[in-house]
Design a protein around this ligand. Sequence first.
Ligand code: HEC
Ligand code: HEC
Length: 347
Amino acid sequence: MNTNDNSFQSLVKSIRALTLLVAFLLGVIVLLLWLLLVGPPDLFSATTNPTGKKKQVADIAKPPVDTFWHAPDTSKIPHNELGERIRYGRKLVANTAYYLGPEGVVAKITNGMNCQNCHLDAGTKPWGNNYVAVAATYPKFRARSGAMESITKRVNDCIERSLNGTKLDSLNREMLALVAYITWVGSEVPKGKSPAGSGIYVLKKMSRPADPQKGKIIYAAKCASCHGNNGEGKKADAATYQYPPLWGDHSYNIGAGLYRLSRFAGYVKANMPFGVNWDTPQLSDEACWDVAAFVNSQPHPNKDISADWPDISKKPSDHPFGPFSDSFPMLQHKYGPFGPIDKAHKK
Ligand code: HEC
Ligand code: HEC
């Protein structure tokens, strides 16, 4: 080797070293820029949700905390004449059958169900078909009757339809108590407002018809253990139900809210099987629609509803009885898909 070779080699070496250094510095700069712009990688976030459970069914979207409604505390019911009335109303909601059922101690005018069977926790459960928005939104115009309705009228609607019974006089002691209680439940809600969590949760509509055959399988697996193989429910004693009936002579009639698929499905999503809450649903939306289709394809007591919906163009798409203002078949009004009907009505 001569000296020329040596100096050439050392030149190559130093160029290599320089290139490496530049590459290294560039790398550091890119890394710093990346940290600056994107932030450090999150190496410790959990891959499951905080409960550690994998989510299997579609959730109900969480409303912002400050708009979510909570029932007033029963300890706030005043200790005066009005308070007594409110307390009696609460008892009537929870134990309707005891007072007004087939063996009722006050009157025998209803089918043996309790208001609370459908208005859970005496009408205070979020998305448990509660009474939160009633005081704030009544009296209001309702298209079903085509008239302004007071709370009294609305309560009688449920007595005549959901409880398949005989209506109460507006000045009847029990009616005054029911109205006083329902008004108290909604007493902290500003006039005209329906807070998040009020009434029944509204499910997204399916693009296919709800399927009673699929619903039958869900019913057998998830509902029959309490509500019975024939939807007959289970009696606690001669006068009251432990598990209310879902169809048959003692259930809600064909004019009731639950006879509409959307009402039934939304109620079930946030509340059934019993023990479920809106934030812990067990059934997929589809399962709710299908089980609703099954239950409402079983026999329910009849009711003359020919005077309902005097303006037929106001009938909701899932009202299953004609005459209709559109040309969709009756079966589509019963089982859906409801989307196309809603769309046609909007035009
Ligand atoms: C079989 C189930 C069922 C029973 C039992 C029942 N209801 Fe209802 N009730 C409903 C449904 C369904 C609705 C309609 C909810 C909706 O459309 O959002 C409703 C609506 C109401 C409303 C109007 C709620 C609102 O926000 O507009 C009142 C008030 C009411 N019921 C009172 C009563 C009272 C009082 C009783 C007992 C005497 C009773 N209900 C029994 C199912 C029932
Ligand atoms: C663990 C027992 C249990 C199971 C399982 C159950 N329910 Fe219920 N269900 C109840 C009870 C109890 C009530 C009444 C709640 C109250 O009075 O507080 C009720 C009320 C209802 C109501 C309103 C009242 C009525 O009779 O019309 C409907 C609708 C309903 N359940 C549907 C279902 C469906 C659909 C399923 C299956 C997906 C189901 N339930 C599963 C116990 C159960």
